[in-house]
Structures are given as C-alpha cells and as structure tokens.
Design a protein around this ligand. Structure first.
Ligand code: GLN
Length: 492
C-alpha cells in the first residue's frame, strides 16, 4: 500500500523511469488494493491478468529507454467506453454480456500512450443519474463519509465508480464521460479533479451514446497536473466522429503556471441559488477572496437563461437518449427475452433489459419528440439552448473564466434521493449549462462542509481553453490546500 497511497501519475512516471519500482509491481499493488476494497463496488469488470502482461511489456520498454508518455501507468475506464475483448456493460442488464469487437478512440489513444487498464468502472445505467444508484450492478460507494456515520454515501454520478477508484487509491487516474455533469459532480463528491473538455475535443467514437450533442469524455485524477497529462493522451481529431474538431492540441501540462494575475473571473449572479447549502456559499466567498489575493479581477456577470438550462437539458438529453437507445431491441446484440411475436420480443427485451431511470428517460424523450409535442418541447428547448450559448458568448467578451461551485450540496446518503427524481436532477443545476453550451469546465476539490465531506470549485472556460482552465485550477489547488484525511473504513 505504501507504494501507491496518494501516488500521482507524474510521481509514478518518475518512479518507473528511475526504476524505483517496476510497472508489474505497480499493477500488482493496485490489484491487491482493489481486491481489499470490494465494498466500494467501484469496478464492474476486472482486467488483472492482461494488465500484468501489459506491465511486463511496459517494463521491457522502460528498460530499453522506449517509454511512451504514460508507460506502465495503471488507470481505470468508465464502463461506457467500448474496450476490445473486455466486457462493456454501460451498467445495464441490456449489455450485461456485451464484449465489444473494437476499441473506442479515446481508450485506443490511452493504450497507445502505454497506460494499462485495471478494469471497467461502475456508473449509473447508460450514464443516466447523479448518484451511481441506477447501476444494474448496485451503487458504488463514496470512500468519504462523515465520521461515526453508519450510512454509506453516494459518490455522485454517473462516473461514480471512476471517481471512487481515484479517490480510494484503486488506480492512478480514470476516464469518465460528462453529459450534464457526470465527471465534475462525482469529482466534487469524492474530493478529486475532474475535467470536461470542450465538446468535440475528444472523439465520442466507441463510447456508448447517451445524448450525442452533449456527451464528452474527460480525465478524473488526484491532481491538476495529472488531469493535464491524461487529457493530452485522450484528445485529438478523429475522422470517425463527425463532431470531433480538428484543432491543434497544446501540451496542456506546459500551461500549468499556478498564476492568475490579471485574469478576469466572472461571478454569475444566477448561480447564487437558494438550493445551495450555506457551506457551499461560504466556500465560494472564500474562493472570491483567493482570486483577489492572487491578483485576479472579479467581474459581476449575468447569465440570464441559467434557470432554463436544467429544464431544457431534461428535454434534450432524454430526446437524444430515446433515439440512441432504440438500437437495443434484442435482435442485433445485447440482452434478449423471447416473445410470441416480434413486438412481444421487443417489449420483453426492453422491459427486462432497462432499469427504471432509463425507462423514464425513454418515455420522456419519446413524448417530447412525438408529432404533437415536438414544437412545444423539443424545438423550444433547442431555442433555449441557443440563448444559453449566447449568454456565455456575451460574458466571455469581458471575462477569461467563470467561477462557480460545482454542486449545490455535498454527497448524500444512499437512498436519500432515489425516489425523488426532481431532487436528484437538482444536483446538475450548476454543471449542466457548460454542457448545453459545449464549453470546457473543471472541478477541483476546494474544501469541506460541516460534515467533513468534500466540496468542489468549478471553472468554466472559453471554447478550447482547457489550458487556461488547468492553469487556473492549479493556482486554486495550491491555495485551497485540500486535505485528504478520510479514514480507510472500507478495507477488508
Ligand atoms: N446527472 C445527469 C443525468 O442524469 C448527467 C449525467 C451525465 O452527465 N452523464 O442526465
């Protein structure tokens, strides 16, 4: 354990290149930790044998001086990315036995960089949820909880398993996807860094689709520098994804200067919510002071359509989901339950294969796309989406970045919100607008609430300014001095 506790990707790389430990030793240490931490349910599938084989290959490459950028770095992959030969479930009964015959572009790039996959991490079913509780494989559990607390806490979602794996030292870094906040919200709940890149930065090819106009892959790591390293090895133009953008990729790591001098920070009035906890608001105030201390400038801004972002998200995302998920019909691949007729086969398969939240989204989506309601709901939501984008575009004429809390609250106990979808959806109030506008945004651990649970700061950037975000986040990482003091109560 001492080898890997709190270890970062950059430290591990140094240790590997200086031969302080081998990639095989590193992978084996993680395998032991993962086996001792089954209670957290952060992985759905393990890839241990292949990981150890790959580690041996990495050790040979390192010995010959041929190390690639992430050579021998053990990471975890959200079980929404198709991985060749490794079961990919989207945490759904529908894909319980699906072994993809191909590799997603993002995971292929990560393999090409020399990183090693320890396994596939838990998530909300088809990435729909904010607590990881909609997973067919049961919820992943947050390693953070108030002291002396008997209840287990949610890690957030949908990329909850990835956040838990990073937070509990069960990998060096992980990848997630973010459609409405699924990287940033769990990162905030678990006290780690999560970055959603600009829409189009990462290829979506080979990622199980939820809402195609919103989905983006991104890194989840222990610190900001690692986020830069991982991101660099995930992004890039991909002709197989027509929405992938052909833009030069800067070396994100070089932008980390921990310096915010003369940068203009927009503080959106509309993000000061009644729903936000006092601890969240106080910490935000503290953050504003840190901006001033660092020589940054505060600009009071307005994003007037913010209040419509969540309602319109919950029209657009289900609409796209209902269309994307129509492919799971029991005929071509995935779960199948026979029936007396074709229609009955569809009904049985989809009735049994999908969980309640996914069914709810399909029903909402089909409704808002139906002939009578298309204009009233779907088209209206699309118009609102343009207004939200325009709000950001206007504001970015005057500021470099927008500063907000990541979530209105900290993590909550399992089962606390599962029967109340609206209160569950509220988790995404502050993260959804960046998805609606396709903007990059990062969450970093910024402090704790009165129960000792992590809270996050969110920075939303201009299109393709991930470098700027990483620099700003690196300054706050230093001043926030977030302390990981959680007890390892989950160890078996
Ligand atoms: N919680 C949001 C939802 O359920 C966002 C999910 C995501 O980003 N994948 O739609």
């Amino acid at each position: 354990m001492s080898l890997i506790k709190g270890l970062t990707i950059s430290q591990a790389r140094k240790g590997l290149l200086e031969k302080k430990f081998s990639a095989k030793e590193l992978v084996e240490s993680f395998v032991i930790e993962i086996k001792n931490s089954k209670k957290l349910n952060s992985y759905i599938s393990f890839n241990f044998d292949s990981a150890i084989e790959k580690a041996k290959e990495s050790d040979e490459k390192i010995a010959k001086g041929n190390a690639r950028p992430l050579e021998g770095i053990p990471i975890a992959i959200k079980d929404l990315f198709c991985t060749k030969g490794i079961r990919t479930t989207a945490a759904s009964n529908m894909l319980n036995n699906f072994i993809p015959p191909y590799e997603s572009t993002v995971t292929q790039k990560l393999l090409n960089s020399g990183s090693i996959f320890l396994g596939k991490t838990n998530l909300d079913e088809f990435a729909m949820g904010s607590s990881n509780e909609t997973s067919f494989f049961g919820p992943s559990i947050n390693p953070w909880k108030p002291s002396n607390e008997k209840l287990d806490y949610v890690p957030g979602g949908s990329s909850g398993g990835s956040a838990v794996a990073v937070s509990a030292n069960l990998c060096l870094g992980a990848v997630g996807t973010d459609t409405g906040g699924s990287i940033r919200q769990p990162a905030s709940f678990c006290g780690i860094v999560g970055l959603k890149p600009t829409y189009g930065r990462c290829s979506r090819w080979g990622i199980v689709a939820f809402a195609s106009s919103l989905d983006q892959a991104g890194p989840m790591t222990r610190n900001v520098e690692d986020a830069a390293l991982l991101l660099y090895n995930m992004v890039g133009y991909d002709p197989k994804d027509s929405t992938s953008v052909n833009k030069e990729v800067p070396n994100f790591k070089d932008s980390i200067r921990r310096n915010i001098k003369n940068l203009k920070f927009g503080i959106p009035r509309e993000y000061n919510l009644d729903e936000s906890s006092p601890d969240v608001k106080n910490l935000w105030e503290k953050g504003i002071n840190w901006i001033k201390q660092g020589g940054g400038e505060i600009v009071d801004i307005s994003l007037p359509h913010t209040k419509y972002a969540l309602p319109s998200y919950y029209i657009i995302a289900p609409a796209e989901a209902s269309s994307n998920l129509s492919r799971y019909d029991g005929v071509r691949y995935g779960h199948r339950v026979e029936g007396g007729s074709l229609e009955e086969l569809y009904q049985n398969t989809r009735g049994d294969g999908f969980g309640n939240e996914v069914k709810r989204r399909i029903l909402i989506g089909t409704y808002v796309l139906s002939a009578g309601y298309y204009d009233a709901y779907y088209i209206k939501a699309q118009k609102i989406r343009s207004l939200i984008y325009n709000d950001f575009e206007n504001v970015f004429k005057d500021v470099d970045v927008i500063f907000t809390p990541t979530t209105p609250n900290s993590a909550f106990p399992i089962n606390a919100k599962i029967d109340d979808p609206i209160s569950m959806y509220m988790n995404d109030l502050l993260t959804v607008p960046a998805n609606m506008a396709g903007l990059p945004a990062i969450s970093i651990p910024s402090g704790k609430d009165n129960k000792g649970l992590p809270l996050g700061f969110q920075f939303i950037g201009k299109p393709f300014d991930e470098s700027g975000l990483l620099n700003i986040a690196s300054y706050f990482e230093e001043v926030c001095e977030f302390e990981d003091d959680k007890e390892e109560w989950w160890k078996q």
